[in-house]
Design a protein. Structure first.
Length: 349
C-alpha cells in the first residue's frame, strides 16, 4: 500500500475536476464507462420497482454528460427468462430493450451483463439442473434481439465461480457458438472463473489456470475480448472502503496486459472501484492510465458502480449527491481516459 497520496496524483485530480469530457488522444482505449446497477438487485424474480430497477432517464443523462461512452448493464437471467429453454418474459424484455434504446440514444455503447455468477437460481451452469444447452439457448435468444446493433456488446456472464476453468470453457464455447449461429457479429466479452480476477488469472487451480484454459475459446467470428475484474482492497473483493492493495491491483493489470500481448488477445476491465480515500483515488487514476496507455490490447473499462438505488453511504458509489460529483469521477479522468466521442469501438482485428 502506498503510504501517501503523491503530489503528482493530487495535481492530476485537481486538473481533472472539470475535465471529464476532455479530448481523446490518438490510440486511446475505446470504452470509458460505468456499471449502472439496479436491475440485478434483490433475490429471486422479485417485483419491478420494489425489488429492482433499471437506470432512470436522469441517471443516463448524468453519466452521458460526464463523458462516459459506455454502460455495463447488469440484470438477472431468471427475470428475463423465467423458465429455462422458454421465451423471454415480455415485460422484462421490454424493460431491457427500452433501457438499451435510451442508452444508445445517449451515445453509449451497451454491455449486456447477466449478473448471475455462473448460476441460474440455485443451479450451477454446466450441471444437470442448468446444462450448457440452456445457457446457449438464453444467449441465442438475446443475440437475436441485439445482433443488428454493433454498439451492443455481449458480456457472457458476471464472475463465474466455484467451477473449474475447463467446465466454464465448455459453457462459454457453447454460448458463443449459439450467438454466432444467429449471425450476430457483436463483440463478446469472455470472463474466466474464480470471479475472473486479473490478480488470479494465471494462478494454478484445479483444472488449470484461467490464463491457460481460456485460450481454448472458439469464436467463429474472432470478435471477442477477455473480461477481468480488479478491486483494490485487501482481498480484491471490493467490499472494503480502504484500498490496502492498490499497488498490487495495478501490478495485476500489468501482468494481465503482458498475458494479452503474449497471446495476441484483447482485454476489457469490466469492474474495478474504490472509495474516496486518497490511496483509492490514486489507484483508480493509475488503473485508467494503464488501460489507456495499453490501448493496443485493451478495449476499455467500466467502473463499479453507479445507479439510482445505491445508498449514499456505499463507498464505491459514484451516483451524485446533493453536494455534487463524487471524488472518484476526477480520479477516473486523471489518466486522460475519458474520450470526447461516444461512438462504438472500432472493429477488432
Amino acid at each position: 500500500m502506498r503510504s501517501s497520496f503523491s503530489a503528482s496524483a493530487l495535481f492530476r485530480l485537481t486538473a481533472c475536476l472539470t475535465a471529464l469530457a476532455m479530448p481523446a488522444q490518438a490510440g486511446a482505449a475505446c470504452l470509458a464507462g460505468i456499471n449502472l446497477a439496479g436491475a440485478e438487485f434483490g433475490t429471486g424474480r422479485g417485483t419491478y420497482g420494489k425489488d429492482y430497477i433499471y437506470p432512470s432517464a436522469e441517471t443516463i443523462a448524468y453519466v452521458a454528460g460526464k463523458g462516459f461512452n459506455a454502460v455495463r448493464l447488469p440484470f438477472k437471467w431468471e427475470r428475463l427468462q423465467p423458465r429455462l429453454g422458454r421465451g423471454f418474459d415480455k415485460a422484462e424484455r421490454d424493460r431491457l430493450a427500452a433501457t438499451v434504446k435510451a442508452l444508445r440514444a445517449a451515445g453509449m455503447t451497451v454491455i449486456l451483463d447477466p449478473h448471475n455468477y455462473g448460476y441460474y437460481d440455485d443451479g450451477q451452469i454446466g450441471s444437470p439442473a442448468v446444462p450448457d444447452s440452456a445457457f446457449a439457448d438464453f444467449w441465442r435468444r438475446l443475440a437475436e434481439d441485439y445482433k443488428d446493433d454493433a454498439g451492443v456488446q455481449f458480456g457472457l456472464m458476471n464472475e463465474p465461480h466455484d467451477m473449474p476453468a475447463p467446465q466454464w470453457l465448455a459453457t462459454a464455447n457453447a454460448a458463443i457458438a449459439a450467438i454466432r449461429e444467429t449471425g450476430a457479429m457483436n463483440l463478446v466479452l469472455v470472463p474466466g472463473t474464480i470471479w475472473t480476477g486479473a490478480h488470479s488469472w494465471e494462478e494454478p487451480r484445479e483444472g488449470g489456470a484461467n490464463g491457460t484454459v481460456m485460450l481454448g475459446i472458439e469464436d467463429p467470428a474472432n470478435n471477442h475480448a477477455y473480461e477481468v475484474h480488479q478491486y483494490l482492497d485487501g482481498d480484491f473483493s471490493g467490499k472494503a472502503a480502504a484500498c490496502a492493495r492498490a499497488d498490487d491491483a495495478v501490478k495485476a493489470l500489468e501482468r494481465f496486459t503482458d498475458w494479452l500481448k503474449r497471446n495476441g488477445k484483447r482485454g476489457f476491465l469490466g469492474e474495478f472501484g474504490g472509495s474516496a480515500e486518497p490511496a483509492c483515488l490514486d489507484g483508480l487514476a493509475r488503473m485508467t492510465a494503464l488501460v489507456r496507455k495499453e490501448a493496443g490490447v485493451w478495449t476499455g473499462w467500466t467502473y463499479w458502480a453507479a445507479g439510482d438505488w445505491w445508498s449514499a453511504d456505499e463507498p464505491l458509489n459514484i451516483q451524485p449527491t446533493p453536494a455534487g460529483d463524487r471524488p472518484q469521477l476526477a480520479a477516473l479522468a486523471a489518466g486522460g481516459a475519458l474520450p470526447a466521442r461516444r461512438d462504438a469501438c472500432p472493429a477488432l482485428p
